[in-house]
Design a protein around this ligand. Structure first.
Ligand SMILES: C[S@@+](CC[C@H](N)C(=O)[O-])C[C@H]1O[C@@H](n2cnc3c(N)ncnc32)[C@H](O)[C@@H]1O
Length: 547
């Protein structure tokens, strides 16, 4: 899809200086680029200023203490391995979903409330595991871990719990009836794993490895093949891309989640002596409401049919079809609308279907997005290695071609889906913005002034609808919206100072006069500050108060 034939990917826009570009324009467009990009990498650094952190502490304060934590974490399945911090939530065992167990808000939670901070029990996976579904290589990795016995002990309480699995198999042996979900998630999953001869071989060698390493069950017995199967299911049902956590594993999934989990940062700006992950509410959560995350990590923005298959494949629970999604029609966050194709909610199945000779539009768009994301990541990696001369110019050409391809994909997808708010368009638009940022921050010297201005115009044409989509789908207090508000403000500012005429020609909603454009810029900036203030980087402070 990505054509690199043309030596100048911007030729279609012309590279003559445009007489329409205002006198304030600079000679080579560098300034335009730099202005926009001043913010690029600082995008989500969440530096909280005085104003925002004050409003955050006003709205999300929850007074806890060492004693309070000790008391409340004593009820969790791992009282000897408490999280670094448990927010105003508790574990409920009588929920309708998720086998009954999951977190519930102990009081009303304003957006931004920190609900959990935890260090991973297993920090990341082995190299052999990368980009594959969690498999027996990860059990090998765990059994070889310095802390293997402790980890295996802790995993007893993760879904599917050891006691539960034993009970289910005893019932099967005794010819007793078992729960449908237990059959699907435990018995059938284990027997499907064992259909593979190489799996059986590896399973046997892991039983031996556990013996060799002296790893045993809590009752002193050796690990059996069934135990190995169960350990694998606990990893599949509870593992995160960044590793394994005990307390984060108590969050159930929701298609319209009310919390977000931040991945541990590679180089945390917060001066904390530990590696942690934190979860925060992303909207107002009422006391008694279940707390939920979205289980899809990367990419998150895929069609409903794809999510349904992925979640069934990994977790063996079904997010359902249109009937289930109808409940979201009246939700303040319209996740129903973001799935419609040609005005209809597309049919889906939980299992992979083989007769997809006529793949739906969403499948083709997702394939293109996957390919373009791979190209984007490769270019991004390459730019990080400080390219020079011809190499740099060839990567500039690739990035520029990618930007144009994404622009075309947005138009084609919009027409195929007939829904400007479709979830896949969010993903297209976010990548479009990311590529433009990459180009402007790495290759501004390759761009003429007019090219920079045109690129900024295309940036704004993606950023404005993306913001609308995010506000609708995730709510106006979500961190994703803060990032996009930031992009929007920077884009407007850049065109206001370098080509206001081009800005007005875009005729963006509520931006028909320069005064309106200025107002919009101001609004976006203050919204960005407001939302960022809800999510202060204050983990060190929170933890220090309770340790
Ligand atoms: C990480 S655990 C979540 C905590 C789980 N409820 C427990 O008690 O251990 C993931 C498992 O919970 C169940 N689960 C989570 N969200 C669910 C949902 N929305 N509907 C049905 N089951 C769900 C699935 O069995 C899934 O594999």
């Amino acid at each position: 899809m990505l054509s690199n034939d043309n030596n100048d990917p911007f030729a279609c826009f012309g590279d003559e200086e445009d007489s329409d570009v205002e006198a304030t324009d600079t000679a080579d467009g560098r300034e335009v680029a730099l202005q926009l990009m001043k913010k690029s990498n600082s995008n989500m650094k969440w530096e909280s200023n005085k104003e925002t952190s004050q409003s955050a502490s006003y709205s999300t304060t929850f007074e806890s203490s060492y004693q309070d934590q000790k008391l409340r974490t004593a009820d969790l399945p791992w009282p000897h391995q408490p999280p670094l911090y448990l927010g105003p939530v508790h574990l409920d065992k009588s929920l309708a979903e998720g086998g009954g167990r999951g977190y519930v808000a102990s009081r009303d939670l304003p957006p931004g409330t920190c609900v959990l901070i935890e260090e991973p029990l297993v920090d990341g996976w082995s190299d052999e595991q990368m980009s594959k579904q969690l498999g027996l290589e990860s059990i090998h990795f765990l059994l070889r871990h310095d802390n293997a016995q402790f980890i295996v002990d802790c995993l007893q309480e993760l879904h599917p719990r050891r006691e539960k699995v034993q009970h289910v198999f005893n019932s099967v042996k005794a010819g007793e009836k078992i729960d449908v979900l237990d059959r699907i998630q435990i018995v059938d999953m284990m027997s499907s794993l064992e259909k593979d001869a190489s799996y059986l071989e590896q399973q046997q060698s892991l039983v031996l490895l556990a013996k060799e390493c002296g790893i045993i069950n809590p009752d002193g017995s050796s690990l059996t093949t069934m135990e190995i199967n169960r350990l694998l299911l606990t990893l599949r049902y509870n593992g995160f891309e960044s590793g394994l956590y005990l307390h984060f594993s108590m969050f159930n999934h929701d298609e319209d989640p009310n919390c977000i989990k931040y991945r541990p940062e590679e180089e945390s700006e917060q001066k904390v002596p530990y590696n942690f992950s934190e979860a925060r509410a992303t909207r107002f959560v009422k006391k008694g409401e279940a707390l939920t995350l979205h289980y899809l990590e990367n990419p998150r923005e895929v069609s409903h049919a794809t999510r349904r298959k992925i979640i069934w494949d990994q977790h063996r629970f079904d997010i359902g079809d249109e009937d289930v999604f109808l409940k979201y029609v009246h939700s303040p966050r319209n996740i129903y609308e973001s799935e419609l194709v040609g005005g209809k909610f597309p049919a889906s199945t939980r299992e992979e279907t083989t007769n997809d000779t006529e793949a739906p539009a969403t499948v083709n768009i997702e394939k293109s997005l996957d390919d373009l994301e791979d190209i984007f990541l490769e270019i991004q990696q390459t730019f990080k290695s400080n390219l020079l001369g011809d190499d740099k110019s060839s990567y500039f050409d690739r990035a520029a071609a990618l930007e144009l391809t994404l622009g075309e994909l947005i138009i084609a997808s919009n027409s195929a889906l007939d829904n400007d708010n479709h979830i896949l368009l969010s993903r297209c638009r976010r990548m479009h913005l990311d590529v433009i940022e990459l180009l402007l921050s790495n290759c501004s010297e390759n761009l003429t002034n007019k090219q920079s201005v045109e690129m900024m115009a295309r940036f704004l044409q993606s950023v404005q609808p993306l913001l609308e989509q995010q506000r609708k789908r995730c709510g106006n207090d979500h961190p994703d919206a803060a990032r996009t508000y930031h992009d929007f403000a920077m884009g407007i500012q850049s065109l206001l100072s370098h080509s206001p005429k081009r800005l007005l020609a875009l005729k963006l909603p509520e931006m028909l006069t320069l005064e309106q454009c200025s107002k919009m810029e101001h609004l976006c900036r203050s919204e960005k500050n407001r939302i960022e203030g809800l999510y202060p980087r204050d983990v060190a402070e929170i933890v220090s108060k309770v340790q």
